[in-house]
Design a protein around this ligand. Sequence first.
Ligand SMILES: [Cu+2]
Length: 190
Amino acid sequence: MKSRHSHFLRCGMSAIAALAIPLAVAPPAQAADYDVGPIHITQTWARATPKGASSAAGYMTITNKGATPDKVTCVSSDASAQCQIHSMSTENGVMKMRPVAGLEIKPGETVTLKPGGYHLMMEDLKHPLQAGQSVKVTLKFEHAGTVDVDYPVVAIGAPAPGADTGGNMMMGGHGGPMMGPGGGMMQQNK
Ligand SMILES: [Cu+2]
């Protein structure tokens, strides 16, 4: 059962131009804002993955406008068998990711999931994430409830939406051991 689609070349703006695949001309999915109870979610995005990658990361900004702390977990994603929230830290020069049982957002606080920090981790991908598409994820807030959120997929070499880093964070969030060697993570769009 081979379900991997090969009609869209990940690395290929030039390939797209050459092949003139109409599908590739579709406008990129737009990020939307989401509200669930006093929780406001904005700047959602995910990074495209190279062929063969087993996991993908999603990012967003969450604000708690309420008066009580809340905790968010990832229930499911339509692109992967599992979804978790991970923290990332550097210990002795080594980047480490750990599952977070529930990411707390205090009253009045804004937490940004971004490369190099907290992120959604979609594991056991069913298919690569392709730029221009989006991933639907169900998030659960302990108090505010459940919300379906779309994460527009951004090309691997593209600047992170809302990032002020000039855009070459690249695989900042995910150069870890999960990706394995030879996964082609360092390829960039030309
Ligand atoms: Cu992770």
